[in-house]
Write a protein that binds this ligand. Structure first.
Ligand code: AQP
Length: 331
């Protein structure tokens, strides 16, 4: 069976963007792939985290993933810091990747902004650790949102350079699985920014723990423009907020944006937002309720992660041992 790897940072409660861009795809892939899902807590540290909050968020995310349909018995769910193979391989990849490659990463530029000098070195080399996360398992498919496309291209540059430098066909190139709809869900307050856990405005995102009233309110307050919905997709050009809401409706109802506009074109945002909130609540509310139930038993959540880490280490350690031998580390 083809091996899949993907990760999510425990930097807050997962939101609708994480769900439509990644988690929903993870759940579907479980049917016919060997899946390894990781809470990438070391990546979370690239931006300062309150230590007590990080632990709470790691458990919250575990609960949300289980509530969303991740099967931690058939597949593997664990937190990154519990398997040292990630950092061992990450260091080797820091020595393979070139500074020029990292300088081109747009996510670093977006996160660091003008204040580049004051950001952690970890944030800068993050894509190297991400490549190690995947390649420590020799995973070949990686389901992610569109924002991770460039990082996966860099991972493939590492694959090629490693194989070339050590004259060995050890790593195989990886394939990004990016969903056709809602691969980049935008903020509800600003259609030019992606929906993000770290956005200071809670109104900018739908958390997977939001109840029905909160979802309805956030959608009612979502930024829009005064025009009604167009009847064709061309009418969404230069209307980022409208495009985002149409994309969300499409992804949540398994329609294309064209089909959504053929049903709702000409409608004002009042009725459309009501219809959108209804499909969203139908999908998110069961996840939120199950998350609350799972969070009552943190021992069980910790057990799931510990068991997952032991199974993950059993796959990754021999692969990383072999890499260390290839590069000449005395074992
Ligand atoms: N807005 C989004 N639309 C679609 N997919 C998204 N993903 C994230 N945001 C969107 C996908 O979710 C997976 C996990 O992401 P992550 O938590 O590891 O990191 P991130 O991309 O940095 O997410 P956030 O929410 O923006 O977190 P913060 O604010 O902490 O940086 C990935 O597959 C990602 O593509």
């Amino acid at each position: 069976m083809t091996r899949v790897f993907s990760g999510i940072q425990p930097t807050g409660i997962p939101h609708l963007g994480n769900y439509l861009g990644a988690i929903q795809n993870w759940v579907a892939l479980q049917a016919d792939h060997e899946c390894i899902f990781c809470l990438v807590d070391l990546h979370a540290l690239t931006v300062w985290q309150n230590p007590a909050d990080l632990i709470v968020q790691t458990r919250q995310q575990t609960a949300v993933l289980l509530a969303s349909g991740i099967d931690a018995e058939k597949h593997i769910l664990f937190n990154q810091s519990a398997v040292s193979a990630h950092t061992r391989l990450g260091w080797i990849f820091n020595c393979v990747a070139r500074l020029g490659w990292l300088n081109r990463m747009t996510q670093f530029k977006d996160k660091a902004g003008k204040d580049r000098e004051n950001h952690s070195a970890g944030l800068y080399v993050y894509p190297n650790l991400m490549a190690a996360d995947i390649l420590a398992y020799k995973a070949v498919k990686v389901p992610v949102g569109d924002d991770q496309r460039q990082h996966l291209e860099l991972a493939n540059d590492i694959v090629k350079k490693f194989n070339h430098d050590y004259e060995i066909d050890f790593f195989q190139e990886i394939e990004a699985l990016i969903p056709p709809q809602a691969a980049r869900v935008m903020s509800l307050r600003d259609g030019s920014k992606k929906m993000s856990k770290s956005d200071p405005s809670a109104q900018s995102r739908i958390d997977l723990t939001d109840d029905a009233d909160t979802i309805a309110l956030k959608i009612r307050r979502a930024k829009t423009d005064p025009e009604p919905l167009p009847s064709s997709i061309e009418g969404l050009v230069d209307r980022p907020e409208a495009r985002n809401l149409v994309g969300l409706y499409a992804a949540l109802s398994n329609l294309t944006p064209e089909q959504v506009l053929s049903q709702h074109g000409g409608e004002g945002f009042g009725p459309f937002k009501k219809a959108l909130a209804d499909v969203m609540i139908a999908r998110i509310e069961p996840i939120a309720k199950e998350t609350t139930r799972l969070l009552e038993d943190t021992d069980h959540l910790d057990h799931v992660l510990r068991t997952g880490a032991a199974r993950a280490a059993a796959i990754a350690n021999p692969i990383v041992d072999e890499v260390e031998r290839i590069v000449g580390l005395l074992k």
